[in-house]
Design a protein around this ligand. Structure first.
Ligand SMILES: CC(C)(COP(=O)(O)OP(=O)(O)OC[C@H]1O[C@@H](n2cnc3c(N)ncnc32)[C@H](O)[C@@H]1OP(=O)(O)O)[C@@H](O)C(=O)NCCC(=O)NCCS
Length: 137
């Protein structure tokens, strides 16, 4: 693989990203979460999502997308006042290639000096590795 294809760009999301975010979210749920949930649970979870459903969160929270070669490979949502990562998802096609870490690093930079980042289970996430592992559980 060339260096170019490995490059990850993280930026704030815009409304035009909704379809790409939706694709990442549904595929990540279907493929990356299947260890912990049943098929019917995953279908119900993914089935509730819609592309336009991300718009309110984009207005309220920090909402980032990670791009590789112009394609949305992952996204993250961070509630600044709560200091909480609401979501961090990577498309299975781009998994284990540093996309999740790049998103997490960006969230850490944004949170620096404002609040401490924690995941939904309220455990502290001092390092990128620990953070992603906590989210993965
Ligand atoms: C968690 C998630 C965002 C990680 O994204 P990613 O781009 O694959 O992460 P990275 O490539 O940056 O990986 C960083 C480190 O996290 C850990 N990690 C990531 N995926 C892992 C997995 N499936 N199993 C164990 N460790 C994992 C590893 O330590 C990894 O480092 P390494 O590849 O050098 O070993 C992605 O797997 C995902 O979208 N999961 C589903 C969404 C979710 O939130 N799941 C939890 C509820 S079901």
């Amino acid at each position: 693989m060339s260096m170019h294809s490995l490059q990850v760009t993280v930026r704030r999301s815009v409304a035009a990203d909704c379809d790409g975010i939706f694709a990442v979210h549904t595929e990540a749920i279907r493929q990356l979460c299947k260890v912990e949930y049943s098929q019917s649970q995953l279908a119900a979870w993914a089935g509730r999502l819609t592309p336009s459903g991300y718009l309110p969160a984009m207005g309220k929270n920090v909402f980032l997308v990670a791009e590789r070669n112009g394609q949305i490979a992952g996204f993250a949502e961070f509630a600044v006042s709560e200091g909480e990562i609401v979501a961090i998802y990577v498309h299975p096609r781009h998994a284990r290639q540093g996309v999740g870490s790049a998103l997490f690093r960006s969230l850490e930079e944004i949170a620096n000096g404002r609040s401490q980042i924690h995941t939904q289970n309220r455990q502290s996430s001092g390092s990128i590795h620990v953070g992603l592992l906590l989210i993965e559980r």
